[in-house]
Design a protein around this ligand. Structure first.
Ligand code: CTP
Ligand code: CA
Length: 224
């Protein structure tokens, strides 16, 4: 059997990838964020570029670096900035893979001066951010759209719901129940669910290998 990754099967294709966390400002010195390292998204960018794709990598604040002539790096900070940049590039993309850990809520107002401590308790009112992935599912034409699902319970059910409501072609289920999976580490254990409902379980692997498995799965569906 000829390996699907032989040669440059994505030569000339435009791939949009999101990675990392977003930071939502509270005041000039504070923010709400999460523990996403950006590693998974950067590995996907490397895997896609090594298959010949032209990659636009839109990333929140991370320590990751990438130096590849086919990867254009666009750093952003907040969910709103990520939304704007993603929509700039989506129309001309063939494939979009949204692996970023986007904040679901941001402070309703941002103080323009550092907030001084005062009372014993302090409440910040939050408001929902835009769901970037869902907004792409709503406007997509023939783009191949891939999302992630981070779950701790009812994993398959929740991931299937996200696949359907966000109009995805493929979802990558990241279960935080699995030892060695998820944030920070260099390994991950994921399950792929296709738009046809096919469930593909994978072993615990390095994030680089998971990225290659993901590109292989995308190629299978993309060329089907
Ligand atoms: N996502 C996004 N924009 C958001 C929130 C999530 O693009 N504002 C994307 C993520 O990049 C991921 C997918 O949606 O590809 C699922 O993210 P996840 O946090 O698992 O699901 P949510 O839809 O945010 O639902 P919840 O956090 O309540 O489980
Ligand atoms: Ca979320």
């Amino acid at each position: 059997e000829k390996d699907i990754l032989m040669g440059l099967p994505l030569n000339g294709k435009q791939i949009l990838i999101t990675a990392g966390p977003t930071y939502e400002a509270i005041d000039p010195v504070r923010f709400i964020g999460n523990h996403s390292s950006g590693k998974m998204g950067f590995e996907i960018a490397k895997a896609a570029a090594s298959l010949g794709a032209e990659v636009t990598l839109i990333t929140g604040p991370t320590n990751q670096t990438i130096n590849h002539s086919l990867v254009k790096l666009i750093p952003i900070v907040s969910a709103e900035e990520m939304y704007t940049e993603v929509h700039k590039y989506f129309k001309t993309s063939d494939i979009a893979i949204l692996s970023a850990a986007v904040a679901d809520y941001r402070p309703k107002t941002v103080a323009n001066r550092k907030i001084k401590k005062n009372e014993e308790t302090f409440t910040i009112e939050l408001t929902r951010t835009k769901d970037i992935l869902k907004s792409l599912g709503a406007v997509k034409s023939d783009q191949f759209l891939v999302g992630f699902a981070l779950e701790t319970h009812n994993e398959l059910d929740n991931a299937l719901k996200k696949l359907k409501t966000k109009n995805l072609d493929l979802i990558v289920l990241n279960s935080l129940q699995d030892e060695g999976a998820g944030f920070g580490g260099s390994t991950n254990k994921v399950t792929f669910i296709t738009s046809l409902g096919t469930i593909i379980e994978n072993d615990l692997k390095s994030k680089a290998e998971v990225a290659q498995d993901l590109m292989k799965q995308i190629l299978k569906q993309f060329h089907a």
